[in-house]
Design a protein around this ligand. Structure first.
Ligand SMILES: [Ca+2]
Ligand SMILES: [Ca+2]
Length: 784
């Protein structure tokens, strides 16, 4: 008893001492002993193979602020109008619509004749002739995952997961006897999250007891690293090329959720020319990179003409370490080891200089005086800052050279070695199969080499910035004028900027990238209303409130459209720009001559001066639309051109297109969005004037609707949502203020009652379908 007590005491003291060490972020580092010292060689454990883990040699990330302060751009910026809470009915004086059944061409037994506004989905497929197997292949194009890890190099090691024939220690208690801090947990097979193997979240100083007591002050530990990652998300194998999560670089384009190489001519002709490693000149950085992308080798050397000397990086040995010497027009230099030197840069070096597809095992630092004698080392060093996607060091941001002293830190690194044992990774397994420590996930640094350690994070550490889509980006990407988060959260003025780099930038591709992005993103205007036409003077108290929303102001929702069929009000819709309006499939039928699209409409029967009624040229109903289940309830309405012109609308400053979301991750559960329409109140009475209400995207729709909630559907709101009428838009605003049509009112039941969310067609799910019909550039502002 006493011995135990003494041991415990010693342990607590040790832990406290450890807690004060700068390596703070290592504490909750998952189940495995996180080696305090560097090399995992000489494992005393039974495990024979050394180079399994990336050894934790990265010396002390300063990491003063491990919790990078939620950016806090207003999480729901989408309050358009004054007051989000509608309250009182005010029975709508317009019973005019006795209910032209919203389901058009339903030949069969109409499943729900009752609801005039939004159709209620039949709760029982009952008498429907069709058997209960709806369309097997509802949706051609999943934008989401990219199953292929996008590793450039040929994967040298297929490393099949093969179920370990003998799970050496499957028992709940691996080995209580001697917990070695440096030991890999014995053969956990290959768990995506080793949350199991060791119960000990704090392995560094394990006592005799299995559960060493937490050091006092840290009663509320941060999430253990393995829990920072969403397992659901990891299954999708996202990498930096997954454009449902991140933006593609300008020399790639987003197709079906994956960034693929552009053709060189697809880069706009702007910016400075660059010189390639082959001595050839290219019109732009983008063009050189497009070629590099296609050939999967470095092309870029330096900016400007090829008369100057090329940029050269050369590997040098110093003892057992690799260091790099660069030769530039500014002379020879080493890489400085301070600040920006990290695994992302080391990965680039190992890939480009040693052809190690998975990059580096560790990024180290050493002092100049420790360099091996006998070589004429350069007298200066340059700092570099890489994203990890570069083909060579030349593409990284490079800072002005500085003189080195004896104790100046310079960069060294060890390249990754493919483990002999094919299948063991007690910590984090990257999509490219590299194995890294849990503590290196979600820190904004590309440790994996494909950035898969940063793609599925519920929070970030070490000063990284957390995008809403779950991606951690480095602090220096915040407010750098390049949109990195899908919603632009990193560029709002309130976003917390990472630590500033003090050195002067010598050369960087950032401006070239920015220029091309600005150009392509400027090709399409969407999601921003013309504020000259929004009446903002009215006091909120003067707006009438009613169930199902409150009255909009004329021109407040400039993408709102209305569909009339044979002169009768039929459905809402949303203007996508050009000649296109999006609506629900159940609102239309393939008889364009019967329809008219109304734009800039406010009062249903009293057009404004600006209101336009446009003839319809074509109606495209999703081919897999199922009128029984409402799956794929989406349709495109193509407007008739004006005479000989290609345009379909006269110039009209009160009509603006909404943006089409290209990724299903752009908005998520809990986001508040705005629903608009002339829909019905509880009594089924339609409104004369356009109304709006805010609803929240809900995540548990399966609970409400069970198997009637299908792919391509989204749920939002649990009350007040019946006000939007069929085909009308649910519009969400991102952090940067752009509005996207996230949903189209499809169906729902028990309109206006709590616990009955409305069901929407999830537009992002149909991005590729929309793009196919409309053309890419007309649809998406981003990720062209
Ligand atoms: Ca990382
Ligand atoms: Ca940025």
């Amino acid at each position: 008893m006493r011995t135990t007590f003494v041991l415990l005491l010693v342990l607590i003291l040790q832990l406290c001492a450890h807690a004060e060490s700068p390596e703070e972020d290592s504490r909750p580092s998952g189940p495995v002993g996180k080696p305090k010292e560097s090399k995992p060689t000489g494992k005393p454990g039974p495990d024979p193979q050394p180079s399994k883990l990336v050894p934790d040699q990265q010396p002390s990330k300063p990491d003063p602020d491990p919790q990078p302060s939620k950016p806090g751009p207003d999480p729901q910026p989408s309050k358009p109008g004054p007051d989000p809470q509608p309250s009182k009915p005010g029975p709508d004086p317009q019973p005019s619509k006795p209910g032209p059944d919203p389901q058009p061409s339903k030949p069969g037994p109409d499943p729900q004749p009752s609801k005039p506004g939004r159709p209620t989905q039949p709760s029982k497929p009952g008498p429907d002739p069709q058997p209960s197997k709806p369309d097997p292949d509802p949706q051609p194009s999943k934008p989401g995952p990219d199953p292929q890890p996008s590793k450039p190099g040929p994967d040298p090691q297929p490393s099949k997961p093969g179920p370990d024939p003998q799970p050496s220690k499957p028992g709940p208690d691996p080995q209580p006897s001697k917990p070695d801090p440096d030991q890999q947990p014995s053969k956990p097979g290959r768990p995506p999250q080793p949350s199991k193997p060791g119960p000990d979240p704090q392995p560094t100083k394990p006592g005799p007891d299995q559960q060493p007591p937490k050091p006092g002050p840290d009663l509320q530990p941060r999430k253990p690293p393995s829990e920072r990652l969403s397992q659901e998300c990891l299954k999708e194998k996202y990498t930096r090329l997954s454009c449902s999560k991140v933006f593609c670089p300008p020399w790639r384009r987003c197709i079906n959720g994956k960034c693929v190489c552009k053709l060189p001519y697809q880069c706009p002709r702007l910016g400075r020319s660059v010189c390639g490693l082959n001595g050839q000149s290219y019109i732009s950085y983008c063009q050189a990179q497009a070629i590099a992308c296609r050939t999967n080798t470095a092309v870029f050397s330096h900016y400007g003409s090829c008369d100057q000397d090329a940029f050269k990086a050369e590997l040098k040995k110093s003892g057992d370490r690799d260091v790099v010497q660069v030769e530039t027009i500014k002379g020879r230099a080493l890489i400085c080891g301070a600040k920006s030197w990290d695994m992302a840069a080391a990965n680039v070096l190992c890939r480009s200089l040693k052809a190690e597809a998975r990059g580096a095992a560790s990024a180290q630092k050493m002092t100049v005086k420790d360099l091996e004698v006998g070589h004429q080392w350069p007298s200066q060093c340059v700092s570099v800052s890489c994203t990890g996607s570069e083909y060579s060091l030349a593409e990284c941001t490079i800072y002005e050279p500085q003189d080195v002293e004896e104790d100046t830190q310079i960069a060294a690194f060890t390249c990754y070695k493919t483990p002999q044992d094919d299948d063991e990774c007690p910590e984090f397994r990257c999509v490219n199969e590299k194995c890294i420590l849990w503590k290196h996930t979600c820190d904004g640094v590309d440790d994996c080499g494909d950035n898969s350690d940063e793609m599925c994070c519920s929070e970030c550490q070490s000063g990284a910035f957390h995008c809403k889509s779950g991606v951690c980006i480095p602090g220096n990407a915040v407010r750098d004028r390049i949109r990195d988060c899908l919603g632009g959260e990193d560029e709002v003025t309130t976003a917390a900027v990472g630590p500033a780099q003090t050195e002067l930038v010598w050369r960087s591709p950032k401006n070239d990238i920015l220029q091309v992005r600005n150009y392509t993103e400027g090709q399409l205007e969407c999601g921003i209303p013309n504020l000259d036409y929004v009446h903002r003077t009215r006091e909120r108290s003067r707006s009438k409130r009613m169930v199902g929303g409150q009255e909009a102001l004329p021109w407040q929702f400039q993408w709102q459209a209305a569909l009339k069929e044979e002169g009768r009000f039929r459905c809402g819709g949303v203007y996508l720009g050009g000649c296109w309006v999006l609506t629900a499939a159940h609102c239309v039928r393939a008889k364009p001559e019967l329809f008219r699209v109304m734009l800039s409409l406010w009062h249903k029967t009293k057009p404004l001066d600006t209101t336009e009624a446009v003839a319809v040229k074509n109606i495209i109903i999703h081919k897999d639309y199922n009128p029984r289940t409402y799956q794929n309830d989406i349709a495109l309405v193509q407007l008739e051109e004006l005479g000989l012109f290609e345009k379909c609308l006269h110039p009209n400053p009160t009509v603006r297109p909404v943006c089409v979301p290209w990724s299903t991750l752009q908005f998520q559960h809990g986001d508040t969005c705005t629903l608009t329409g002339w829909g019905k109140n509880r009594e089924g009475v339609g409104s004369d004037v356009l109304k709006w209400t805010n609803v929240t995207i809900t995540g548990n729709c399966e609970d409400h609707y069970k198997d009637r909630f299908l792919d391509g559907m989204e749920c939002a709101g649990d009350s007040d949502s019946c006000h939007g009428e069929s085909g009308g838009p649910l519009v969400c605003k991102d952090a940067s203020g752009l509005s996207y049509v996230w949903g189209i009112v499809s169906w729902g039941e028990k309109c206006g009652e709590a616990g009955s969310p409305g069901v929407y067609t999830k537009v992002a799910h149909y991005f590729e379908w929309i793009r196919f019909h409309i053309g890419r550039s007309a649809v998406t502002k981003y990720n062209h």
